[in-house]
Design a protein around this ligand. Structure first.
Ligand code: CMX
Length: 439
């Protein structure tokens, strides 16, 4: 058994035992109540999932196994000559709740290299799609097409004991994460570069090799990819991509099918697709105003026009956060350190000054601050990746680490099929009538 799997197994057995005992002793303890507003309002704040790998605080933002992004930028191992963390280290941390050593991270890099061969039929499936198919659609199709490789599906069909589910889910997870950069780069090169594909460079780490296969040569892009793929990985369990992966996985669909479903959720404009919507909105603003250096007054007018047209300001607001997203701030810090004299980055920073007071004035927006998607596009444009329809695929490659590590935990802890209760509006009205009578 490999070293990461062994560690995971030990931790999983310990938590499984503790969880079982806790449920037995405290199963009837209430952890909260659900109001009608929560039921009709997208279940905000309803505590109803167990999800081990990260936790979100409205004011502090994300913590991966207790560590903030600034802490991880310092603590996680790095590639030679690069100041940004290696995503391999984040995966190790969220899977087994330990900061990895340099050696651990090198081991993950090697593992993912060895497991990175994409089945030939996946390339054929992609090549059969119209080239203007949205990259996120290509991505989810490619992930589903690799399901032919699922060890979990094969071993389940052979009659797997449920105490062993976690084992092939771990194997599928490692294989799938290893293959995603090649799949994503293939989609990018076929869609925007006439299928002029670039072979992997096996001397590089997971994110560095991804940057290489995308074909973006500007110095600093590999560092950006290492940071980008680290900070987008996980955002606790209730967000749409994580929850979808967990829900589909709870039916014992394998890692491939579960991730593909999660990526379908990420592809919506209120979730991951917002990163493409932000830059599209910024480009349109620049075109409409006829300048790459708009004033704050011009931006404010444009924001008011967007709102008056009944649209949201992409990249702003959040279902949980109530402060500027630390993932936004990490990207801003990256730009302050490495990017000088970029019109597009300056525009993002001016928007950051202009939008929050306008959204606050609306009186209904609970969080007027930028989220992760408000900054990422400007960084990518700076390095030469202007094809914004691809941006959500980058988010997806990273998010796979969080949601699949959590899927390993879900199977190791024996979490059951998810099946919440729904009611009709008729039921709600009857319930309210009865409540009134009793009061
Ligand atoms: N621009 C304009 N209006 C906004 C807004 C924004 N950026 N954010 C919220 N609002 C509006 C909502 O549409 C809602 O209006 P109605 O009552 O008329 O329907 C009202 O403010 C209250 O919404 P909320 O409780 O503050 O926010 P929600 O939890 O319902 O929604 C989110 C959160 C992210 C969907 C929302 O803020 C939004 O649409 N933002 C823009 C899209 C975006 O950036 N999404 C990416 C999120 C991060 C990610 O998942 O990647």
């Amino acid at each position: 058994m490999d070293r990461l799997k062994e560690k995971f197994k030990d931790k999983a057995i310990a938590l499984f035992t503790e969880l079982k005992q806790t449920r037995k002793e405290h199963g009837d303890t209430k952890v909260g109540e659900v109001t009608l507003a929560q039921m009709l309002g997208g279940m905000r704040g309803v505590k109803s999932m167990l999800y081990e790998t990260s936790q979100l605080d409205p004011f502090e933002g994300i913590r991966f196994r207790g560590y903030s992004i600034p802490q991880l930028r310092k603590m996680l191992p790095k590639a030679p000559g690069c100041k940004e963390p290696l995503p391999e280290g984040l995966f190790w941390l969220i899977l087994v709740d330990e900061i990895p050593t340099e050696e651990d991270v090198k081991w993950v890099t090697e593992q993912w290299k060895r497991r990175s061969v994409v089945p030939e039929h996946t390339f054929k499936v992609l090549d059969s799609l119209p080239v203007d198919t949205h990259p996120m659609t290509q991505f989810t199709i490619a992930i589903s097409s690799m399901q032919t490789e699922s060890l979990f599906a094969r071993r389940y069909a052979e009659g797997l004991n449920k105490s062993e589910y976690w084992d092939p889910v771990y194997e599928d997870t490692m294989n799938l994460i290893a293959r995603l950069p090649r799949v994503a780069a293939y989609i990018y090169r076929r869609t925007y570069h006439n299928s002029d594909h670039i072979n992997p460079d096996i001397s590089l780490d997971w994110a560095g090799n991804f940057a290489h296969m995308l074909g973006i040569k500007k110095p600093g892009f590999k560092s950006l990819m290492r940071l980008y793929l680290t900070i987008h990985a996980d955002h606790e369990g209730g967000n749409a991509s994580a929850h979808t992966t967990q829900l589909v996985g709870s039916t014992l669909s394998d890692s491939y099918l579960s991730l593909s479903a999660g990526m379908d959720a990420l592809a919506g404009p209120l979730h991951g697709l917002a990163n493409q919507e932000v830059i599209k909105w910024v480009f349109r603003m620049i075109d409409t105003l006829g300048t790459r250096q708009p004033t704050k007054e011009q931006i404010a007018d444009y924001v008011h026009n967007t709102l008056a047209a009944g649209k949201v300001i992409p990249g702003y607001g959040h279902a949980v956060l109530r402060q500027p997203d630390p993932r936004f701030m990490a990207q801003k810090a990256f730009a302050e350190e490495y990017i000088h004299n970029s019109d597009i980055v300056e525009v993002i920073w001016k928007i950051f000054e202009v939008v929050p007071p306008i959204l606050k004035d609306l009186g209904k927006v609970k969080n007027p601050w930028p989220n992760v998607d408000a900054h990422s596009g400007a960084l990518l444009v700076h390095y030469g990746m202007t094809e914004y329809s691809f941006y959500t695929v980058l988010f997806g490659v990273s998010r796979a680490m969080g949601v699949l590590a959590s899927l390993c935990w879900a199977r190791a802890l024996g979490l059951p099929l998810e099946r919440p209760k729904s009611v009709t509006f008729e039921w709600v009205k009857d319930f309210l009538k009865e409540e009134k009578v009793e009061a």
